[in-house]
Write a protein that binds this ligand. Structure first.
Ligand SMILES: Nc1ncnc2c1ncn2[C@@H]1O[C@H](COP(=O)(O)OP(=O)(O)OP(=O)(O)O)[C@@H](O)[C@H]1O
Ligand SMILES: [Mg+2]
Length: 462
């Protein structure tokens, strides 16, 4: 709650001078009021200083309130947005909410208490949302990205690709074995994209026969086939404004592949049994645990569709390829399952971790997650021990150890940090100021760490 001296700032955007002034009078007791007569002036005001709430008219000459809303949500996420809509224009109000407005108020404003209530609620909701995002970001810095845990080089590369691809509209193809986290990555891309306030719609393409999948994706008109008793919207329509996740894409029948290709090329389609051409605003992410290239070679998957999907290609590492992430993942899953099962678990003893790291994990992270859940539930003490490791994993780890004399390398946090810092330094061509900036640490901290590792010397002359 701001103290009385620091009133929250409200930006009132309206092209009519009289309603602007009217709103100023209504609000000046509780808010620091800033006025703007159009979208451009509003954006300038936002650039000048922080604004807690923006109250904007929807209809204004020269760029309407909705496009202003879109820009403010993208550029100033900490500013709550409330739109003034003409009485009865429900569609606009719905559109405003879809674009991320916290709330809307119908004109004319008759109830000042209600206005204050709506504004205050919007301000708080937005502040909370912002705080959550910040918290998430800080946690991600320590544990990965958007709940994807990992700090191995393979995962760092994955995070880079996700960060780079997320803000774009590019279609993404995620390939990887079962349980490696493909769906998690798809969700992360959606959450980090400008579409995050839109829907994330997932379709298990392998679960349905071709005709059903077609109507599931594209929808159908009443009477399109036996049993189509009414018109139904498909997933393409439902994902409008958001992301459509096509899981198990390799299992799509060739007949449906043609239609999918057309949507990818034109964003247009017809419902099954329909003649009206519909368009949709979606981003597509596809995933497969098969070798899709091999499917193309065998004629089971259209080559043109493959290339349409594979604009950004992501290959998920198996868990065995990133065994150094196992301690961190275990920690993450213990924290997930212990409270849920009313258990207090302090951690996993090193010997048990060594067993888990020696195992080959054919079911990847999903299998590890299940194993940790089992260990948490069945353990006797507050430390998970070798005895708590499920027998099949212990046996598997033993035979793996016998066939591969090379111990699985484990990387401590300090080692991971060192590797990261040295990589940043090399990326920056040895320039310490730039490396420190890229790492988000002070130059002094960087200096201290390098000195501790015996790395000395100065920045090369620019
Ligand atoms: N890096 C990770 N960090 C934390 N949890 C993870 C990670 N990778 C996977 N998981 C968890 O493991 C389980 C399996 O992940 P997910 O469903 O994304 O795998 P998938 O690749 O889609 O598998 P499938 O091919 O079988 O559909 C989920 O519970 C997910 O939350
Ligand atoms: Mg999956």
């Amino acid at each position: 709650m701001p103290s009385p001296e620091t009133k929250p700032t409200i930006l009132v955007v309206d092209d009519e001078q009289r309603s602007r002034e009217g709103l100023r009078r209504l609000l000046r007791d509780k808010y620091e009021v800033v006025l703007a007569e159009n979208a451009a002036a509003a954006l300038e005001a936002l650039d000048r200083g922080p604004v807690d709430v923006m109250l904007s008219d929807v209809r204004m000459p020269g760029g309407d309130g909705l496009s202003l809303l879109r820009q403010v949500r993208a550029k100033h996420p900490a500013t709550a947005c409330v739109l003034l809509t003409a009485f009865g224009s429900v569609e606009t109000a719905v559109e405003a909410i879809k674009l991320g407005a916290q709330d809307f108020i119908m004109k004319p404003i008759t109830d000042i208490d209600k206005l204050e209530l709506v504004l205050e609620r919007a301000r708080r909701a937005c502040a909370l949302e912002h705080e959550n995002r910040e918290l998430h970001r800080r946690l991600d810095d320590r544990f990965g990205l958007e709940g994807i845990v990992g700090s191995s080089p393979a995962m760092e590369r994955l995070f880079d690709v996700i960060r780079q691809a997320a803000p774009t509209q590019a279609t993404v193809l995620i390939e990887g074995a079962s349980g490696t986290g493909k769906e998690l990555v798809a969700q992360a891309i959606h959450h980090l994209s400008p579409r995050s306030s839109g829907p994330f719609v997932a379709v298990q393409c392998g679960a349905l026969p071709a005709t059903l999948l077609e109507s599931e994706l594209f929808g159908h008109e009443k009477g399109a086939f036996t049993g189509a008793i009414e018109r139904r919207k498909g997933r393409f329509e439902r994902a409008d404004g958001g992301t459509l996740f096509l899981d198990e894409i390799s299992e799509i029948d060739l007949s449906v592949q043609v239609k999918l290709l057309r949507v990818l090329e034109t964003r247009q389609f017809e419902r099954v049994g329909g003649t009206e051409t519909l368009s949709t605003d979606i981003r597509i992410i596809a995933a497969t645990n098969r070798d899709l290239k091999a499917y193309v070679a065998e004629g089971k998957f259209r080559e043109d569709l493959y290339y349409r999907l594979d604009v950004v290609g992501i290959r998920m590492p198996t868990l065995a390829e990133r065994a150094t992430d196992i301690p961190m993942l275990c920690d993450h899953f213990v924290k997930e399952f212990a409270p849920r099962n009313g258990r207090r678990i302090l951690g996993i003893e090193p010997a048990a971790l060594a067993v888990l790291q020696a195992y080959t994990w054919p079911g990847n992270v999903r299998e590890l997650r299940n194993a940790v859940e089992k260990m948490v539930v069945l353990s006797r003490g507050d430390l998970l021990t070798v005895q708590d490791v499920p027998a099949n994993i212990r046996d598997g780890a033993e035979s793996a150890a016998r066939t591969s004399p090379e111990p699985v390398p484990t990387e401590s946090l300090a080692q991971a940090e060192k590797r990261k810092i040295l990589a940043a330094l090399s990326d920056a061509g040895g320039n310490r100021s730039r490396a420190a900036e890229a790492l988000g640490i002070s130059r002094r901290t960087l200096h201290r760490k390098l000195a501790a590792w015996g790395v000395s010397g100065r920045d090369p002359a620019p």
